[in-house]
Ligand binder design. Structure first.
Ligand SMILES: [Zn+2]
Length: 58
């Protein structure tokens, strides 16, 4: 990933569920660092895939 960032460009990430790039949104302004999914739907999917219930007990 190049570090260059143009003024108008929004930061982007790759969705952990659908593997597609998505751009920063205002609603994520607070916790962009923690955002991993492009949508609520993907978050639900990603959770099921990544954090399998019962796989880890903490
Ligand atoms: Zn997604």
């Amino acid at each position: 990933m190049p570090k260059m960032r143009r003024k108008a460009d929004l930061p982007t990430k790759i969705c952990a569920a659908c593997q597609r790039p998505f751009a920063w949104r205002r609603k994520w302004a607070r916790d962009w660092e923690a955002v991993r999914f492009c949508s609520d739907r993907c978050r639900d999917t990603g959770r099921r895939t990544a954090d399998r219930p019962g796989a880890l007990s903490r």
